[in-house]
Design a protein. Structure first.
Length: 431
């Protein structure tokens, strides 16, 4: 056995061929050959960046400990964190395990006022977010996370790239540029508009609190939906739904979700948020008082068939739901999709058939409109009960706060119940 230095001296300057030198090295200098291979690997192997550096710092108890500094967005963060160990392997494990949480806390502590505000706006436990929910329609958890992701992954990096550190610098042209950034991702116009709408609530708050004078978001033009992107919801034929809600269902929640959307005209977001204390009675006729909706026209009274009312109350009682708690609280879009699939299964429609015919949970709302038109209720049903844009004449006629409007509203609702009895229920009337 010889040292690496001796091995190099022995082969240096010799004219023997490569195979001879390799044989000599393998036989006479195995340790040196192994060392050379390690050096070669270290110099030529492609290494994946770790995203952090480990630094040694003196420590009275351990001799030294490792501190970690992270790379973030191409820059080394100025702060460093103690790993509490002098073991290189344990320090690496600490660095990798705690990377996201340490960087996040660092950014929250050191970011500017604008970034901090936008980052916290859609946080679930944020006081601002909780207060805003009381003023507008509360977001379902899936949508809240989506809104938060758009702010953190798209809007904040956009602001940083332009060095925007005050609210007054966020102008209409700036938001228009952000709209271009979103479109550059190759997403559909509708999706781009939805992502832009994330900023709507934020800027309303900023104006209301006097943090900005004018709302630039209101002057940003929505992206037109291209013809090839437009899609329509299909719906089942009127004659196949009758009696379906008198059969046994596998899932009670799926049953109730379908029963409500096929008999009331409510939007999915309204179904997920209404509570027992919103159910009112006018001249012996029940309605759901929609106080918050997608649009201003959506604030309305929805006729509630007595059969459906009883099912809702039974469900609330069975699940211990109070008067102010949303009866179907936490029913996100995936639950609505499950409900639509179970209805299709009961109607002997495969998932493939439903997809081809574009039938979704929302199709229940289209079915309701088709049903009312078939029953002769009239086109004004869209304005009165469905929450579409209301003309001044219709609003005046059906103003339930005065006697005449109340009478017309009840008369129209009773026609709705008659049509439901004829086309949906097996002639089983309650009350």
């Amino acid at each position: 056995m010889v040292s690496l230095e001796d091995a190099i001296k022995r082969v240096y300057g010799q004219q023997h061929d490569y195979l001879y030198l390799r044989t000599v090295a393998a036989n006479e200098c195995p340790t040196a050959l192994k060392a050379l291979r390690v050096i070669d690997y270290e110099l030529t192997a492609i290494k994946k960046p770790k995203g952090y550096n480990l630094l040694k710092r003196e420590n009275k108890k351990s001799g030294f400990v490792y501190y970690v500094r992270y790379w973030h967005n191409g820059r080394m963060i100025s702060s460093k964190w103690c790993t509490h160990t002098n073991s290189y392997e344990e320090a690496c494990e600490f660095a990798e395990k705690n990377r996201d949480s340490l960087i996040r806390r660092y950014l929250e502590k050191n970011e500017g006022e604008v970034e901090k505000f936008f980052r916290s706006f859609y946080k679930k436990n944020s006081q601002i977010y909780q207060r805003e929910n009381k003023r507008t329609v509360e977001l379902c958890e899936i949508k809240r996370k989506m809104y938060k992701a758009v702010i953190e992954n798209d809007f904040i990096p956009f602001l940083k790239a332009r060095s925007i550190d005050t609210f007054d610098k966020i102008t209409v042209p700036v938001l228009d540029d952000f709209q271009d950034v979103i479109l550059a991702k190759g997403i559909k116009s509708k999706t781009a508009n939805e992502q832009m709408s994330v900023l709507g609530r934020v800027f309303k708050y900023l104006v209301r609190k006097g943090m900005i004078k004018d709302n630039p978001y209101l002057l940003v033009t929505k992206i037109p939906i291209r013809p090839e992107e437009k899609s329509t919801h299909g719906c089942y034929e009127i004659n196949i739904i009758k009696g379906i809600f008198d059969r046994e269902w596998d899932n009670k929640t799926n049953y109730l979700l379908n029963l409500i959307i096929y008999t009331t005209d409510m939007r999915p977001c309204e179904i997920r948020s209404f509570s027992k204390n919103q159910i009112i009675s006018i001249s012996g006729c029940r309605f759901i008082d929609i106080k918050k909706s997608k649009t201003e026209s959506g604030i309305r009274l929805v006729p509630l068939h007595e059969r459906v009312y009883q099912e809702i109350m039974d469900y609330a009682t069975e699940n211990g739901i109070g008067d102010e708690t949303p009866i179907l609280c936490g029913m996100f879009s995936h639950q609505c999709q499950k409900a639509a699939r179970e209805l299709g299964k009961m109607l002997l429609k495969s998932e493939k058939n439903q997809k081809e015919e574009k039938i979704t949970f929302y199709s229940g709302r289209h079915f309701w409109k088709t049903l009312m038109n078939a029953g002769g209720l009239g086109e004004d049903v869209e304005e009165i009960f469905m929450g579409h844009k209301v003309s001044s004449n219709v609003a005046k006629l059906y103003n339930h706060k005065d006697k005449q409007g109340k009478e017309l509203m009840v008369k129209k609702a009773k026609k709705v119940f008659t049509i439901l009895d004829r086309y949906i229920f097996e002639d089983k009337k309650i009350g």
